[in-house]
Design a protein around this ligand. Structure first.
Ligand code: AMP
Ligand code: MG
Length: 340
């Protein structure tokens, strides 16, 4: 089976966010964390010290959330055998926020789906197309309602395991941005894989312009959005997938109701909003929901913007960002379906 991890899209995002760096007064750092390449660019007098603190925060969070580090909070929860684990405030906060979004999205995003993610091979690289019996067996050990968070104590039933891949980068971007703002930074752009976190605006006072990858041709950009102090987070079937022996494409986002990789006609969903954590949880959830439900959700939650791209090349975009979005192809803009 073939494995694809297109890095090109990530690189494009990073380049566009870099804004040319005509301002000399900036600090930049590239790192590999949370299984992805990250690039942090911070402007202003205090930029070096602020950047160090922001990248330390990302490393700290990786040590808490990683499923491959035995001492992480998540590994300790997963090994508790139905008992409880004492975790850091940040871990309990992120698990609680994940649960809130599971409830709001009727279980479309669910951090207990990990046994399925692993058995399909997305965390191990040993891909295999699972049969219905195997899937039904694994689904018995999923369900966000069974996670209990009381203060810093997290309890999951025996056999349940958590994984924060749908939310960790958004949370890390949000917390890193908070640190930068506390340090007096008013201009920074953080690229954490498919998650972009903008702090303030560009040093010249114009908005940050963030590129959205064309999911149907990931080496290209489909459009760029203008943002100040927002997160721009994309979930898509081009980011990680394999082609099975049956010739079908299986992507890394699992529908918690069926246990199958999502295959609903969507290619990507980008969510724009104030909180990186919320945008990350929501982009995964909306991708699982599919076009109709995602559009309905966004109409009822106008504090988020969305760009949805279908496998057949249609673009669906919220009205609030439509006029400021620059499309790579004017025809696409003319044909875009605007959500009012
Ligand atoms: P994202 O790229 O933010 O959409 O998150 C996708 C990652 O979260 C996957 O690589 C899995 O590790 C995990 N995941 C897959 N499906 C789900 C789901 N329905 N809910 C929560 N996490 C998921
Ligand atoms: Mg996500």
């Amino acid at each position: 089976m073939k494995r694809f991890l297109p890095m090109v899209g990530i690189i494009i995002l990073s380049l566009l966010c870099g804004c040319g760096n005509t301002d000399e007064n900036y600090s930049e750092k590239e790192l590999f964390a949370m299984d992805t390449y990250m690039k942090l660019t911070v402007y202003g007098d205090n930029s070096e010290a602020a950047l160090d603190l922001a990248s330390e925060k990302i490393s700290e969070l990786e040590k808490l959330f990683s499923i491959t580090i035995d001492s992480s909070d998540i590994s300790r929860i997963n090994c508790s055998g139905g008992g409880s684990a004492e975790v850091d405030n940040q871990t309990s906060e992120l698990i609680s926020r994940s649960k809130q979004f599971s409830e709001r999205t009727y279980g479309a995003v669910d951090i207990t789906v990990y046994p399925l993610v692993r058995e399909w091979g997305f965390t191990t690289g040993k891909y295999s197309v699972l049969g219905p019996e195997k899937i039904n067996g694994l689904l018995k050990f999923t369900g966000w309602e069974s996670i209990s968070v009381s203060g810093n104590t997290v309890t999951v039933p025996e056999g349940f395991e958590l994984e924060l891949g749908a939310a960790a980068k958004g949370y890390a971007g949000e917390k890193a941005a908070d640190i930068l703002r506390d340090m007096g930074i008013s201009s920074a752009i953080l690229s954490l894989g498919g998650n972009i976190q903008a702090v303030g605006e560009k040093p010249d006072g114009s908005p940050w312009r963030v590129a959205v990858t064309n999911p149907l041709s990931p080496s290209e950009i489909i459009c760029t959005v203008s943002v100040r102090d927002k997160a721009v987070v994309t979930s898509g079937n081009y980011q990680r997938f394999f082609i099975g022996e049956d010739g079908r494409k299986y992507c890394h986002i699992i529908d918690p109701k069926t246990g199958f990789p999502v295959d609903n006609g969507l290619a990507s969903v980008t969510v724009i909003g104030d909180s990186g954590t919320d945008c990350d949880l929501l982009s995964t959830a909306l991708f699982v929901m599919g076009e109709d439900e995602a559009v309905r959700f966004i109409k009822e939650n106008s504090d988020f913007d969305m760009i949805l791209i279908t496998e057949d090349g249609r673009v669906v975009i919220t009205e609030n960002i439509f006029s400021d979005t620059v499309f790579s192809d004017i025809e696409l803009k003319n044909k875009a379906e605007v959500i009012k």
